[in-house]
Ligand binder design. Sequence first.
Ligand SMILES: [Zn+2]
Length: 679
Amino acid sequence: MGRFRQLKTYITVVLAAAAVTVPTLSLLAQISDPALDLRNLDMNTPACLDFYQFANGGWIAGNPVPAAYPFWGSFNELQNRTDEALRDLLTEATQHPLGSTEQKVGLFYTTCVQADAVEQRGAAPLVATLTNLDAITDQSGLQAEIARLHDEGLTPLFSLRTAPDPQDSSTAIAHLSPDGLGLPDRNYYTRTDEASEQTRRAYVAHICRSFILLGVPDGEARKDANIVLSIETQLAQASMSLVDQRNPDQVTHLMKLTDLQALTPRFDWSAYCQRRGISTLTHLNVRQPAFFQAVDTLLDRVPLAEWPVYLKWQLVLRALPYLSDAFVEEQQRMNQVVEGSKELLPRWKRCVAHTQTLLGQAAGQLYAHHSLSAEAKQRALTLVGNVKAALRASIEKLDWLSEPTRMQALAKLDALVEKVGYPDRWLDYTSLMMSEGSFYDNVIRAATFATRRDVAMIGKPVDRTEWVLPPTLVNAYYDAAQNEIVVPAGILQPPLFNIAADDAVNYGSIGAVIGHELSHGFSDRGRQYDAKGNQRDWWTPEDTARFSARAKSVAQQFDSSPVTVGFRVNGELTLGENLADFAGLTVAYRALEETLRGKLADKRDGFTPEQRFFLGWAQVWCWNVRPEALRAMVLTNAHAPNNWRVNGPLANMPAFAQAFGCQPSDPMVRAENERARIW
Ligand SMILES: [Zn+2]
């Protein structure tokens, strides 16, 4: 799991965190009944040879990826159940009092599922903006249009978002980031392998066809598509790699607006701020100054006549899923290239996904208390408490940590805030107006509401009640700047969390996920923030060196993990998540041992509690994945592919070898001198 990131256009970034969802098949047969479904196992593969296959082989063989999906696994199953409940709730939501949040989100969904009205309007909703873009005649006009598109939630060239001040996490400031690419990441533009070349050719064809759908003549559309690729490639080349961005210091450059103005003389920041309604802005974090210098150069070097073409594409790209079928299908053609999905989801499923993307907190409010009983919430909170206590015990005992760092680590853990289920306070949607007419207009209204609300928080105290993820999402996160973990109701469902199941399975599944999130605060990135969420180094140099050496051994283990022909796991990119998996499993296992202490440890389904713990972890990550999606994941995702998330950390754990009686020579047991030891 990770800090929620803006979804890129084509790919479901964080595994299962994406709002894209839901098949019709019920794939994990009756998953809510047994804690472990023995049919999911592959008894022909020894547990000590390949535990992922042993635990999930039966499921993998019986559950191919449905046509509309890039991958399919237990997270999809959970999201599917939530989405079906949301569909029913959204369908009836327009009956809530006029002007209520429920009524507004219901209206949004209703205008989305009304296919005939959407079809009839075709590309008409874009005409006014396209006309404005055609009317650009100078730099000032160009920059005015960029600001206007940003206000509507688009992100040509860059994005401006509000987040805590790295030096004072209680105050929100503006952060400027590179943006404005149509492909998932910079390396889609810069890599020279055949698959990457092919994807770029498909992308140009996709831009071209989309412009033709808008009525642009063939020859001109082809020329325009190449202009777009050229501009985006230059933006990609000027931006940092995902690995470099993982270091908080590398993306923290606090400066005055006047400094930024001096750095980028061709972009009029004061006019931009005026247009965004933030003319009082005086200082901000420019995450990648070199990128903005490059943009400044591009503003001069790219002919003025080419900029409207790029902006039009940014508009169309974002609009594709919300327009008539021809546009939606065009987007699906490109999705197929990038992530492998072979057909569109049914309309209602797409509409539920759009609702969660654009009005996630409103949908969450509607869904609140739908599935999470008071008893389940209490049990989840107990689990969090026990796993946290195990992490505390672990920090108290670590032999490689000096006393000064240990004291600060414990203070940070004690200050950590846990949020489970739903936010205590719901977002105020009073100023959001929804229309009964045009779905696309409602999309723009919802997006504009979000950007205006976001920039209005600049300079204000950070609202600690706010959630970054909608509560309906199947995911969890640690927010370093708030020193908090958030476990939404969406993930508190079987098989990840099952109140009918024994402790062993729950500690292995949701317990280890909670341990994963808690440990992020002490992982390679998270440890660079203090108890208050300020970016500050509180480790002694010796402790930093010892931690880094231990972390490096994990990076090396994953670096040598093959994924698919020509692709290996990127140990640096996935380091933080792999450390969190390892730590989460270690502390959740200790919490289970603590819970079992003094109790009779009976076998169930033929497995000991210790074995069931590890089976619980493995079944969290069972999946099937298309090669395109796997490739995209390795290139862009901070999480390793699922089989490595299971086998990687377990091979470091003596408790695993002991539970299944593995021998030192078995593949699931790392040699003593290669074994990682951290927590
Ligand atoms: Zn994570």
